[in-house]
Write a protein that binds this ligand. Structure first.
Ligand code: ZN
Ligand code: ZN
Length: 299
């Protein structure tokens, strides 16, 4: 454990641990990674700006917006982060371009947002005299595994994952800082690349999806589950990578009008059939301080 009162200089905070369900308890997928003086946002789902506000992290302090794939629940908060982060108030204050790194599709997304919000930008420049430099964008796309960011002692490596045959591209991220490693699976089925890039991880943050057996006979449920990783398979990933701490985010608990969702205890029980190591089921604003060990701070 880290000593009481000390704070690690490498922290991961789950801003949103949810899925498309518009739940007030689990916002859309988004994760804040703070390494040294750099701040990264992995995806920006619904409510990401609200969670940053709760943490008193000005939106304009985000150095890089990383994107994993283009499902709307992972990107619907992007215009909010981009536009609200530009505002003059303490929660905004971006003066430099909104920097985005993502797989192919990032440029199209951002260019189309620039078109969609052209009137707002024109009005605020004329009315509030906001600097154009803070609403400018700087987008980098990649199309293969490799280093996508290296500066300030931080290295970010993208690696392709398998979110289904049609949902391409989709990438996870490995973030290295000061000899420590945090790995994020993104949305994926059981995938060997997560294990490969997860090697040596202090913290491995993985998605998970589960439905009760009686629901699994429904075709639409099977289709959803086929895009994700079931708890037993998450356990196999964790058992093969042996991180200091494995954690869940993007928690898909499927239900219908008649069949309730599995409970978190049931989910963990499934994982325990294949993995017996340290495990945390993330909640919104769960924070991980990565030092010699990984300390969990629950909100
Ligand atoms: Zn997805
Ligand atoms: Zn998703």
């Amino acid at each position: 454990m880290t000593q009481a009162g000390t704070r690690a200089d490498f922290c991961v905070t789950l801003l949103g641990t949810g899925v498309p369900i518009p739940s007030p308890d689990r916002f859309g997928p988004s994760t804040l990674v703070e390494a040294g003086d750099r701040k990264f946002l992995i995806d920006a789902g619904r409510g990401a700006a609200i969670r940053l506000y709760q943490l008193a992290v000005p939106i304009g302090r985000i150095d890089v917006q990383l994107l994993t794939h283009y499902h709307s629940d992972h990107t619907s908060g992007v215009p909010d982060i981009w536009l609200t982060g530009w505002l003059e108030s303490h929660f905004g204050t971006r003066r430099t371009p909104y920097r985005v790194i993502g797989p192919i599709g990032a440029k199209r997304l951002i260019e189309n947002l620039e078109r969609a919000y052209a009137d707002d930008i024109r009005i605020r420049v004329a009315d509030e005299k906001l600097p154009l430099s803070g609403i400018a964008t700087d987008v980098t796309e990649f199309d293969r595994d490799g280093v996508v960011y290296e500066d300030g002692g931080v290295r970010v490596i993208a690696f392709e994952v398998d979110h289904g045959d049609v949902i391409k591209p989709c990438y996870g991220y490995r973030v290295e800082y000061g000899g420590r490693v945090a790995v994020f699976s993104s949305d994926t089925r059981y995938n060997a690349n997560v294990i490969r890039y997860g090697a040596g991880a202090d913290l491995l943050v993985h998605e998970v999806a589960m439905a009760r057996p009686e629901l699994m006979k429904e075709a639409y449920i099977q289709r959803i589950i086929a895009h994700h990783t079931e708890p037993r398979d998450c356990g196999r990933v964790f058992a093969q990578t042996r991180p200091k701490l494995a954690a869940f985010t993007h928690i898909v608990l499927l239900a219908s009008r008649t069949v309730p969702p599995p409970t978190l205890d049931e989910l963990v029980a499934e994982v325990r059939t294949t993995y017996d190591g340290p495990l945390e089921v993330g909640q919104d604003l769960t924070r991980f301080e990565i030092a010699d060990t990984v300390t969990v701070r629950r909100r």
